[in-house]
Design a protein around this ligand. Structure first.
Ligand SMILES: [Zn+2]
Length: 188
């Protein structure tokens, strides 16, 4: 799902032009960045399998409340670094967009409260049960994100064609992400 999250990140570039794309991408994956130390601490975990087949325990970072807390932290960092409400909101919303996209693809493994406190129903619409549909939607998201990013660059490029460098590198990255997903897809 990295592609889907990065697609939203580059689509947000025109909203916060002062924020580099790598920072937008980090914001869109902030929940995953928080997940890594939690795995190291043994509080969360993942059993790797093919595309969309992983068994995930992310009861803290991927809980609704956990996601809101992480988005608030990203907002605060964005505000401190770029001194702009708009940049901070863009980064905070990007962080929260991760939870929304994950909600669509995850099987029912996303709690509302951290640690699944109170044993409330687990959330997840389970699009990963249909990996080819999930990956097709991800690719479409990637294309939409690239179009938005290229159009933004084309407005800037009247000044300097180097504005296209970012979108071109992003396009190469997106192709690599698709290729890395494909061999592990349901054909395997
Ligand atoms: Zn995630």
């Amino acid at each position: 799902m990295v592609l889907g999250h990065f697609a939203v990140a580059v689509a947000a570039k025109p909203k916060a032009p002062e924020v580099p794309v790598w920072a937008l991408m980090l914001a869109s994956e902030a929940m995953e960045l928080a997940f890594l130390p939690m795995v190291a601490l043994g509080l969360e975990g993942i059993t790797m399998a093919g595309y969309g087949q992983a068994t995930i325990n992310a009861y803290y970072t991927h809980s609704l409340v956990g996601a809101l807390i992480i988005a608030a932290v990203v907002f605060a960092i964005g505000k401190a670094v770029w001194k702009s409400e708009r940049a901070a909101w863009t980064l905070g919303l990007l962080s929260m967009s991760h939870w929304v996209l994950d909600l669509v693809v995850h099987r029912q493994d996303m709690p509302i409260l951290p640690g699944n406190l109170g044993n409330l129903p687990l959330l997840g619409l389970g699009l990963w049960n249909y990996p080819w549909i999930a990956i097709t939607i991800e690719i479409l998201l990637g294309l939409v994100g690239l179009v938005i990013y290229f159009r933004w660059a084309s407005e800037k490029s009247q000044l300097d064609s180097r504005w296209y460098l970012g979108p071109v590198i992003t396009a190469v990255l997106f192709v690599a992400l698709v290729l890395s997903d494909l061999p592990a897809s349901p054909l395997a």
